[in-house]
Design a binder for this molecule. Structure first.
Ligand code: NAD
Length: 327
């Protein structure tokens, strides 16, 4: 029997690489695609020896050609942390607009089911708390984060249009802050930033007064939610995240306790349009997918800390990736 084939864009990234692992475990032929703009082949190097895995170095904002049949497409390619998308705003806009258009076109031609990775950022700085899927959001289109947030909102709109007008079988997942092994230490997100600072013996930097909240989901829980959503018949967007909300100051204190750092927590100016609160309402995922997160923050943080602790010293000291060469 021929294996089911799944194309995963953003395969060399944090979430994409975990999805590759999951689909290989489920018995699929996995085609990973990535242009490595923020990803790292190290995340998938363990898969290269497998005949169930193929890798295509390709920019999905350009026309995508894949030979043979495809059963599923998971479109996860996109810079995802503010440090990345503020440096490469045009590529960020392109990958969720042109890139999504290309993926949807491919899904239509191949008669494949497609799931696109949207984000809690479509809610912007939310005026409804916790965020339910029927909340339309509070996004500043011309603020610095607009390049990511609006591209993802366009992604959802074009995905729904392909469903309505071309009968493409589509799924939209709205992912809330996710963490775990294979995050980049220098990607600017709170968790790797705090852990990296602890490991380097630097002060822990909290933006604003730290009262802004986030809700962190462990990567294995997210992957399970995505898998269930893909296999469901739920065309409308579904939140997948962990509702266990915490202020960034309390979170920084948890990292201090976890790592045993003797450094201080210091405060810096809050970036423009930083969301003040973020918590998923996951009633829909519970009801339609029978899904809820299983991994507690203390368990997940321990696994993630152990992962970062194993990094060689020079890796820890690496500054954020520069993108000067990219126009
Ligand atoms: P990541 O940066 O680790 O992975 C993204 C991958 O996409 C990278 O490997 C990158 O090289 C690749 N990529 C970017 N542009 C590309 C292009 N034009 N062509 C081909 N490949 C390209 O980020 P992540 O955290 O794994 O995020 C993956 C997806 O999940 C993104 O779409 C992101 O918006 C979404 N998401 C992530 C989170 C989170 O907490 N990690 C939250 C909400 C949404």
């Amino acid at each position: 029997m021929t294996k089911q084939r799944v194309l995963i864009t953003g395969a060399a990234g944090f979430l994409g690489s975990h999805l590759c692992d999951r689909f290989i475990k489920e018995g699929y032929q996995v085609l990973g695609m990535d242009n490595l703009i923020t990803g790292d082949l190290k995340n998938i190097e363990h898969l290269f020896k497998l005949k169930e895995f193929e890798f295509y170095h390709h920019d999905v904002s350009k026309f995508i050609h894949v030979t043979g049949h495809l059963d599923y497409i998971l479109h996860f390619a996109s810079p995802a942390s503010p440090i990345d998308y503020l440096k490469i705003p045009i590529q960020t806009l392109k990958v969720s607009s042109l890139g999504t258009h290309n993926c949807l076109g491919l899904a239509k031609v191949k008669n494949a089911k497609i799931l696109v990775a949207s984000t809690s950022e479509v809610y912007g700085d939310p005026l409804v708390h916790p965020q339910t899927e029927d909340y339309w959001g509070n996004v500043n289109p011309v603020g610095p984060r607009g390049v990511y947030d609006e591209a993802k909102r366009f992604m959802e709109a074009i995905t729904m249009a392909y469903h309505t007008f071309h009968n493409v079988d589509t799924r939209i997942v709205r992912i809330f802050n996710t963490y775990g092994p294979r995050m980049r230490l220098n990607d600017g997100r709170a968790l790797p930033a705090f852990i990296g600072q602890s490991l380097r013996g630097e002060n822990i930097t909290v933006f604003g007064d730290g009262s802004q909240t986030r809700s962190f989901c462990y990567v294995d829980d997210l992957v399970e939610g995505i898998y269930r959503l893909l296999m469901s018949d739920c065309v409308q967007p579904v939140n997948i995240g962990n509702p266990d909300e915490i202020s960034l100051l309390d979170f920084a204190n948890e990292i201090v306790t976890l790592t045993g750092t003797t450094q201080k927590i210091i405060f810096k100016e809050l970036p423009t349009d930083d969301p003040k609160q973020r918590q998923p309402d996951i009633s829909k995922a519970k009801e339609l997918l029978n899904w809820e997160p299983k991994v507690s923050r203390s368990e997940g943080l321990k696994i993630t800390y152990d992962y970062f602790k194993s990094f060689p010293k020079d890796e820890l000291n690496k500054l954020p990736k520069e993108f000067e060469s990219i126009k």
